[in-house]
Design a protein around this ligand. Structure first.
Ligand code: B12
Ligand code: SF4
Ligand code: SF4
Length: 335
């Protein structure tokens, strides 16, 4: 006899399948609170029978943030996402054995119908927050107490009715007074609980869609001699590697995640090597201070609007969750 499905048993199945953390978000809540209501990323669009979404978290090993070369981080990101696909498929199979469906969502593609192809079918970060696994940081990276933002995500949509997790009230991100991600960002993309995606893509997707379209466009417009040069260029080689190895298509910039002080992994392995942020400039410090002042004064900040604050942590930063996790981690280490 197969045991009845509960949230705890599904979370255990997910962990047995290889996830570092897992949680449950309720489809009804997500249908009611799409991250950007103008382009609703809702489970009901995926299946009218969706009742719950299982969120899977896999951490990015710290070694990726202990090298000055971006390639190992790119490689690791690619491997983590493929591994998440496999874990999600296994969870889906386990659900089927118990009489439910498990729809594995693509974990790193976008939907052409949603904001000109810049949003995914579902927003995995927002789902992770709804599942009670963490909150969004200053540059909207999802972070959890265990590994900070150094995690990737995958989700499985199911018709199983499961008790959802409680979203956190406390803001895990230290906030404007920290601003380390803002200082480290090579393209100045970190905004006030928001991000400049076009700018970020320059470093985060070195062989992404827009770059590929741009190169192709240049080729089509060029004269014979320039075409020859494009064919033999470094850019062309990079797109070739991107196509054959998904190399550089996503996850090519480690900076905002490497320097974030949230997470046991940071304290254990990154605090020393990432202490200094060489990219810091007086302008970036001033930007962080302006964000801090704006929040203190209660200025209107879109990233902290009544709608958006839900995913940032409406209770603000207190440090309590981080402290409790440090205590738990140290106790686990000493046994
Ligand atoms: C498109 C995409 C990108 C784009 C755009 C990122 C983005 N913020 O949307 C680019 C190329 C820039 C990108 C970069 C990165 N990405 Co990406 N990306 C995605 C993808 C495929 C879709 C994102 C999506 O649907 N967003 C939905 C919208 C609604 O969210 P949003 O734009 O952030 O909007 C919120 C805020 O901006 C805020 N807001 C604040 N002010 C304002 C003002 C206005 C007017 C509006 C509208 C909103 C707004 O409100 C919105 C609602 O809360 C997801 C996979 C997925 N399906 O979720 C991965 C994903 C989010 N990426 C991921 C990763 C790892 C990264 C990088 C770290 C990779 C790297 N190092 O190179 C960087 C991080 C950059 C950053 N700080 O966000 C991970 C998340 C990991 C994590 N811990 O958060 C995901 C989940 C992939 C995965 N399977 O793990 N990514
Ligand atoms: S991924 Fe890189 S470019 Fe994008 S926000 Fe983070 S630090 Fe900036
Ligand atoms: S580096 Fe600091 S400001 Fe940026 S997300 Fe992490 S805790 Fe928040």
């Amino acid at each position: 006899m197969v045991a009845p499905l509960t949230s705890d048993s599904v979370i255990q199945i997910a962990k047995d399948c290889g996830a570092d953390l897992a949680g449950i978000a309720g489809a009804a809540t997500l249908n009611a609170f799409p991250p950007d209501p103008r382009w609703p990323q809702t489970p009901e669009r995926m299946s009218p029978d969706a009742k719950s979404v299982i969120v899977l978290v896999l951490r990015v090993p710290v070694a990726s943030f202990r090298t000055r070369e971006p390639e190992p981080y790119q490689m690791m990101n690619m491997m983590i996402n493929r591994r998440l696909d496999k874990i999600a498929r296994r969870v889906s199979e386990q659900l089927e054995k118990r009489g439910y469906f498990g729809l594995v969502m693509n974990n790193n593609s976008t939907d052409w119908e949603l904001k000109s192809g810049t949003y995914g079918h579902l927003s995995l970060r927002h789902l992770a927050v709804e599942a009670g696994l963490g909150t969004l940081g200053l540059g909207v990276n999802f972070m959890c107490v265990e590994y900070g933002p150094r995690v990737n995500l995958a989700v499985v949509v199911t018709d199983a009715e499961l008790e959802p997790g409680e979203p956190m009230i406390e803001q895990l991100c230290v906030g404007e007074g920290c601003s380390r991600c803002l200082y480290a960002c090579p393209t100045d993309s970190v905004l006030h609980f928001h991000i400049d995606k076009r700018q970020c893509s320059i470093e985060a997707q070195t062989t992404g869609f827009y770059g590929a379209a741009d190169l192709f466009h240049k080729f089509v417009e060029a004269d014979e001699g320039t075409r020859e040069k494009i064919l033999n260029s470094k850019d062309h080689l990079h797109y070739w590697q991107g196509l054959t190895r998904v190399w550089g298509c996503f996850g090519t910039c480690p900076r905002c995640t490497a320097v974030c002080p949230v997470g046991d992994d940071y304290h254990e392995f990154l605090a020393e090597p990432q202490k200094e942020i060489p990219e810091t400039t007086p302008e970036r410090i001033a930007k962080g201070q302006a964000y801090k002042a704006a929040r203190k004064q209660g200025d209107e900040v879109p990233g902290l609007s009544d709608w958006n604050v839900r995913w940032v942590g409406p209770g603000g930063y207190t440090g309590k969750a981080a402290k409790a996790q440090r205590k738990k981690y140290k106790a686990e280490q000493s046994t």
